[in-house]
Write a protein of this length. Structure first.
Length: 463
């Protein structure tokens, strides 16, 4: 494995320019726009699919829990590190415009400042092949994982991690900057801190809302700094106008249990403000403000303003919430209610309501940026995957019926393949393709056919 040390601050590419077929999404000041055809894609993340990763925060978390059954350990995941050619063939067959995947930091920088050339080159070869197939690579830099050496230094709980993070981003840009023009800096910062530092269900397993807010603050700074670095790199290469950078926001539609009940409505509003809007506002106003019972946090962060070229939107479900009187846990006053037995639910018990995607678009679109649905999908392990098909068809119909001033520029389905799911392990099936975990063989599900047909129909209709 070719290793080398990082040359500080070098962001020039060693690779020649590659012809782009992407147009910029930076529209500010361009006057009225015609609605452009929706761009379709599918998404995965490195730890959930690649397999064989043992030196990040999640692998350590699994090791620390010997009681976890094999189905809960990531292990060889979907074997995507070796099966990229199969995935590429399937992407072609689907007819997608874009493939969203993430770079595994622990793989490319196994020790501080020591980079794995072969790993970076493999990611580069994926991007080159995607590009040659007319499929835009959309690359995520942080999708819930970090190298163990970062965790051991306190990870994103401290500010010091930002220097490590920027060194990693600079190295990725050095190798991929000429072939990748569409970036997601951080995936779902709020979801990550809520699971890891509020609910304690993900690493580092803490229930400490004060630290959670600090981690969120640091992740947003990491995002903004990466945004500037990516754009500076693109400018230096002369590809500034093609470069587009966003953050993937996890938006949950919180609905009051009793729509007319004042307290239930107040709870829904309060969790909506904390979970959805605080981050959106921080990136818009430069103030990160959180007001929850027992927790007031306000920090002025002017550097966050103007650091999104589009709004990345990850949306899956609405949640019904209400007032809880004698609860325990980190948010003791919030009751989250399961979907009713008479309602259409996914395998995780979450309500399938196609209208909520359009509602979530409404939440992020008020900031005047184009909206890119960067994740949306269904956990459905049944054969045939009828619920995935119905939900996909209905959700897309809603999206396509939006008036043209709602500037939705893309839809990315989660996920290309069945993969390892953070809380539920291998039991949760989100893929359009099933994976034989021994051989890595991919088999299309009926929903893959549906998605392929929908993409084709949309393309024919808008050409
Ligand atoms: C995450 C994915 C995850 C998906 C389904 C999203 O919030 O970004 O990593 O697999 O939800 O739970």
């Amino acid at each position: 494995m070719g290793q080398r040390s990082h040359d500080t601050g070098v962001v020039e590419s060693q690779h020649g320019p590659v012809e782009r077929h992407l147009t910029s999404t930076a529209h500010a000041g361009e006057g009225p726009r015609r609605r452009s055809p929706l761009r379709f894609g599918v998404a995965t993340s490195a730890y959930q699919t690649e397999g064989g990763l043992s030196s990040n925060n999640w692998a350590a978390w699994e090791r620390a829990r010997p009681a976890l059954g094999p189905g809960h350990k990531c292990g060889s995941a979907s074997r995507s590190w070796e099966h990229f050619e199969d995935d590429l063939e399937n992407l072609r067959w689907l007819g997608v415009d874009l493939y969203r995947f993430s770079i595994e930091w622990s793989r490319v920088e196994p020790a501080p400042g020591r980079f794995d050339d072969a790993a970076l080159e493999r990611y580069r070869s994926w991007c080159v092949k995607l590009d040659a197939a007319g499929i835009t690579p959309m690359v995520t830099l942080h999708h819930f994982t970090e190298p163990l050496w970062v965790t051991r230094k306190g990870g994103f709980e401290g500010r010091a991690v930002i220097d490590d993070w920027l060194r990693f981003v600079a190295e990725v840009l050095d190798v991929l900057g000429d072939v990748v023009h569409t970036w997601i800096t951080v995936n779902e910062p709020v979801g990550y801190v809520v699971q890891g530092w509020v609910r304690g269900e993900w690493p580092p397993g803490k229930r400490d809302p004060r630290t959670a807010v600090r981690v969120l603050d640091n992740l947003l700074t990491a995002h903004a700094d990466a945004y500037r670095l990516i754009h500076a790199d693109a400018q230096a290469r002369g590809s500034g106008s093609a470069c587009t950078v966003g953050l993937a926001h996890h938006i949950v539609m919180f609905r009051p249990r009793r729509p007319r009940h004042l307290l239930d409505r107040a709870i829904a509003r309060s969790v909506d403000r904390a979970y959805n809007r605080a981050t959106l506002e921080a990136l818009h106003t430069g103030w990160l403000t959180l007001r929850l019972p027992g927790l007031h946090y306000q920090a002025e962060r002017p550097g966050l303003v103007g650091t999104q070229d589009f709004m990345g939107l990850n949306h899956y479900y609405p949640l019904v919430v209400g007032m809880r009187w004698r609860g325990s846990g980190p948010l003791p006053w919030v009751d989250v209610l399961p979907a009713g037995p008479d309602q259409e639910r996914d395998d995780l018990g979450l309500l399938l309501d196609a209208g909520s995607l359009v509602e979530a678009v409404g939440v992020v679109s008020r900031y005047g940026l184009p909206v890119f649905v960067t994740e949306h999908g269904v956990c459905d392990g049944e054969e045939p995957d009828r619920r995935r098909i119905c939900h996909l068809e209905a959700s897309l119909a809603g999206l396509l019926a939006l008036p043209s001033h709602c500037d939705v520029i893309g839809y990315v389905h989660w996920s290309l393949v069945d993969n390892w799911e953070w809380t539920f392990g291998h039991a949760a099936c989100f893929g359009l393709f099933a994976v034989d975990r021994c051989t890595g063989r991919r088999t299309p599900k009926p929903s893959a056919d549906t998605y392929r047909r929908l993409i084709g129909t949309h393309r024919d209709g808008s050409s």
